[in-house]
Design a protein around this ligand. Structure first.
Ligand SMILES: NC(=O)c1ccc[n+]([C@@H]2O[C@H](COP(=O)([O-])OP(=O)(O)OC[C@H]3O[C@@H](n4cnc5c(N)ncnc54)[C@H](O)[C@@H]3O)[C@@H](O)[C@H]2O)c1
Length: 249
């Protein structure tokens, strides 16, 4: 990781934040990106205060031009890129498909699917031109490998992330550019906090579906992401790696 340049989207909170902190402590040059300025800056500040190197760059991944600017600014700073963690995502609403609003569906797909595509495309262009390989990790979900009742937009967008991952892995493997996905189950982050708070029955019911009988911590996903970025996983390509305590085994 030392001196490697890594972009992490949605790094102002949860899994992205934990991944950024880990990358920073491993000596990487971390581009902390988020649409949320306050959260993103706080992550970058924490890395710097711990002696690491980090820069916050504002980016809404659903906006093509902002994504282009994110990658251009990164090249402006470091003249190279090694890793991308496509982590930014939103949950959407909870409704059966016939009641699911078009607006939310389009918003979820814009961030979780189109945003991943825009960032993937920019990073692959750069890594391909550099001719030195690289690694990309896309954050999907267990909702990307199976149904997710009342979350049709989320499930659709996370399945799309797996499709993009596998396709890019097969297209760019010959250039030593690896593309993998992680598929977490429920992880205790701000995204799930609102969902689970005040509903102990739902918490217990969901935990029962997980053989390890607990939810995951953002650091557990972050460690998996860092491993997939690093050369420690040098022959792993095109995977949809579950981080789910055995839920989908
Ligand atoms: N927490 C879980 O249980 C869980 C499970 C499986 C997958 N995931 C996925 O992990 C990723 C991170 O989720 P989290 O739980 O850490 O959530 P989180 O809400 O804590 O963090 C998500 C971050 O993404 C940012 N973001 C949202 N929309 C954005 C946009 N358009 N452009 C840039 N940044 C944007 C938010 O500002 C926030 O900082 C998401 O892709 C999510 O779908 C989460």
């Amino acid at each position: 990781m030392k001196d490697k340049v890594i972009i992490i989207t949605g790094a102002g909170s949860g899994i992205g934040r934990a991944t950024a902190l880990l990358a920073g402590s491993a000596g990487a040059k971390v581009i902390v990106s988020d649409v949320n300025q306050e959260g993103g800056k706080a992550t970058a500040d924490e890395i710097t205060q711990n002696g690491g190197t980090a820069t916050f760059i504002h980016c809404n991944v659903a906006d093509k031009q902002e994504v282009k600017d994110l990658f251009a600014q990164t090249l402006g700073l470091y003249e190279r890129l090694d890793y991308l963690v496509n982590n930014a995502g939103v949950g959407g609403e909870f409704n059966p498909t016939h009641l699911y609003s078009d607006e939310t569906y389009e918003k979820v797909v814009a961030v979780n699917q189109n945003g991943v595509f825009y960032c993937l495309k920019e990073s692959l262009r750069i890594l391909h031109e550099q001719e030195q390989g690289g690694s990309i990790v896309n954050v999907s979900s267990v909702a990307g490998i199976g149904g997710a009742p009342r979350m049709s937009a989320y499930a659709a967008s996370k399945h799309a992330v797996i499709g993009l991952t596998k396709t890019a892995a097969q297209e760019y493997g010959k250039y030593n550019i690896r593309v993998n996905a992680v598929c977490p189950t429920v992880i205790e982050t701000p995204m799930t906090a609102g969902l689970l708070e005040g509903d102990p029955k739902m918490v217990e019911g969901t935990k029962y579906l997980i053989p390890m009988r607990r939810f995951g911590q953002p650091e557990e996903v972050a460690k998996t992401i860092m491993w997939l970025c690093s050369d420690e996983s040098s022959f792993i390509n095109g995977q949809e790696l579950r981080v789910d305590g055995g839920m989908k085994a």
